[in-house]
Design a binder for this molecule. Structure first.
Ligand code: AMP
Length: 115
């Protein structure tokens, strides 16, 4: 069940500040407060979905399309077209600490050397 007091819900309500990268009617993207890559940004839907499973099962199709459009716009705004990773931790066992669906976008020169 969705907890309206999770930290991202508070960010969406403007109760906690954020460093916004991209924003539209459906999506907010902002810098992670504890970055684990040179660029570390979180993309979230404005709707109340706990994780990627909840979102893909319950969000209307147009909302899902709008989310991925916002995701792509965020990546393009960051100039990361061909050098980034995405992570969606799902469930506390997998390290999800904020129960509002979010995608991590991470990029670091080191990633290029990995390949
Ligand atoms: P996860 O562990 O996948 O749920 O990711 C949650 C992320 O939210 C972590 O990387 C945190 O550093 C980040 N985070 C927590 N609080 C804030 C905040 N107030 N502003 C920005 N990022 C946050």
């Amino acid at each position: 069940m969705y907890d309206k007091n999770n930290v991202f819900a508070k960010i969406l309500r403007g109760e906690i500040p954020n460093k916004t990268v991209y924003s539209d009617d459906n999506v907010l993207a902002f810098y992670d407060v504890a970055p684990r890559a040179r660029v570390h940004v979180l993309v979230i839907p404005r709707g109340e979905y706990t994780d990627i499973f909840d979102f893909t099962q319950n969000a209307p199709a147009d909302v899902q399309v709008a989310f991925w459009n916002g995701f792509r716009n965020t990546v393009e705004k960051l100039g990361l077209r061909d050098n980034f990773r995405t992570v969606a931790n799902t469930g506390r066992g997998a390290g999800q600490s904020v129960m509002h669906f979010h995608i991590h976008i991470m990029s670091d020169e080191r990633f290029v050397e990995d390949f």
